[in-house]
Design a protein around this ligand. Structure first.
Ligand SMILES: [Zn+2]
Length: 485
């Protein structure tokens, strides 16, 4: 592959402690790693990318994605879920939707997602899904760095009366699923030149028994892989866990010795001591002491009227904060922007949760959560996971502070080049692995969505049509628009 030099007016470099701006700098990479970042490089190189006025940034680490399903959240779940479940979309929207999907639909979603995350400058994703086969096939083509975390659980949610959530327990099945997943991880961890890595994902705190979580911990230790689990993501989860164990989900996981620095807690919104519960404080401190990280996906909650209380508070308590997208759009630029502005609003403080804070969460925070000191930074020895943003687009000029422009102004179209493991996977804004089939993939996505929407109608517990379940913004109308002007 040779040695490549990137010259640019702004490079966001890592000085060993934090990010710094190198102005009119050089970055050199060879093979899958960065060799040099700093002022003028004096050594020989084989190729030069003259990035001119552009901004060279570390790639983003998205610590919570559901590639096999999330593209189908678009145009369906954004306007609120079931009133009976406080607007939650899991029971009436996502579970029936996922049930009616077949493997070919999941593959279209996966391919769409792999392209979408690259388009928005994400180089590493924690993918929480079901099937490994599509990733084994597609990751070498698209070149994403993926931590695959297949879910397993001891119970399924269901609603016996449309008013409450209950649990159908299946302890043996959960344990068998875990053992099978651990076997997969053993087989594929490190595949595709190290791009495909494994994780363990006990699905949710409220759907897993103590025995399952402790068995997962043992497997994770044997395999040397991190873990992630959804928790404190709904009112009914916290209420059920308090009724079942006398503790919050976080306190319970801590007391059974599940938490640790190798665990990423997804969401963690309904923590004790926050405005989202009336339980006495303690959860934030427990997480900070345990060393566990939080994957914060702001959009999926703030679109339902909920904001984390708050990013700054968690960060100041010492929690390693990371960012994810969870739903669509799978766009880390949006995730950084929303995390910052919602924290400022919750805190009523313009200086809360700065662009630097959320940029750190999207890079160094994610790397720490995955135990990877070679990701999320541009410095010698780090993996060559590099994003080049436009420096002269309408969103990016005037340019003085690149990270503020990226967090508050950039759109995914400003991501011009993405390099992962030293390989260019997005060039001139085009996803290399897609070739010329971008339009076809979009058409396939639309076709899959139409099929899913029609199948959902047969699945709804109240026999609702898809438009009754998720009302259109405006009613369809067959009149002639000839009045009122
Ligand atoms: Zn999730």
């Amino acid at each position: 592959m040779g040695r490549t030099l990137i010259k640019a007016s702004h490079i966001i470099a890592f000085d060993g402690v934090g990010h710094r701006y190198v102005l009119d700098g050089h970055l050199v990479y060879e093979g899958d790693s960065i060799l040099y970042v700093g002022p003028s490089y004096q050594g020989e190189v084989d190729a030069v990318i003259d990035a001119g006025s552009k901004v060279v940034s570390p790639g983003f680490i998205n610590t919570h994605v559901h590639m096999q399903h999330s593209p189908l959240d678009r145009s369906f779940v954004e306007n609120g879920g079931s009133p009976e479940f406080g607007g939650d979309t899991l029971i009436d929207f996502l579970m029936p939707r996922n049930r009616v999907m077949d493997p070919s639909m999941r593959r279209v979603c996966t391919e769409f997602s792999l392209a979408e995350v690259l388009r928005s400058g994400t180089t590493t994703c924690v993918e929480i899904g079901d099937d490994i086969d599509d990733l084994v096939d597609l990751v070498p083509r698209y070149g994403n760095r993926i931590y695959f975390a297949p879910m397993f659980r001891s119970a399924d949610w269901f609603s016996p009366d449309g008013l409450s959530v209950d649990y159908a327990w299946k302890e043996d099945e959960g344990q068998e699923d875990l053992d099978r997943v651990a076997g997969w991880v053993r087989d594929f961890d490190g595949a595709a030149d190290g791009l495909l890595r494994g994780m363990l994902c006990p699905a949710q705190a409220d759907t897993c028994t103590e025995a399952l979580l402790l068995r997962a911990r043992d497997h994770a230790r044997d395999l040397g892989v991190p873990m992630t689990i959804h928790t404190a993501q709904s009112e009914y989860e916290t209420a059920n866990m308090v009724a079942r164990t006398g503790k919050t989900p976080v306190a319970w996981m801590h007391d059974i010795d599940f938490l640790g620095s190798d665990v990423i807690l997804a969401h963690a919104i309904y923590l004790s001591g926050t405005k989202w519960t009336d339980l006495p404080a303690g959860d934030i401190e427990i997480i900070a002491e345990s060393g566990a990280s939080i994957a914060h996906a702001p959009w999926v909650f703030c679109r339902d009227g909920m904001a984390m209380d708050s990013f700054r508070r968690y960060q100041q308590a010492g929690i390693n904060m990371t960012l994810g997208t969870d739903t669509c759009p799978q766009n880390m630029i949006q995730s950084m922007r929303l995390a910052s502005i919602f924290s400022k609003s919750v805190e009523n403080d313009p200086w809360a949760t700065t662009p630097a804070d959320v940029f750190n969460a999207a890079t160094l925070g994610g790397a720490k959560a995955l135990g990877r000191e070679d990701l999320g930074r541009l410095s010698a020895g780090a993996k060559a996971d590099i994003v080049i943003f436009s420096g002269d687009s309408m969103n990016m000029v005037p340019l003085r502070d690149p990270v503020t422009n990226i967090v508050f102004n950039a759109e995914m179209e400003d991501v011009e080049t993405v390099i992962i493991n030293g390989k260019t996977v997005l060039e001139d804004g085009r996803v290399t692995g897609l070739g010329d089939r971008a339009a076809d993939l979009h058409a396939e996505m639309q076709k899959v969505a139409r099929k899913v929407w029609s199948r959902i109608e047969g699945e709804d517990r109240l026999g609702r049509t898809v438009n009754q379940l998720s009302p259109l913004s405006f009613d369809c109308w067959d009149g002639v628009a000839d009045g009122g002007v």
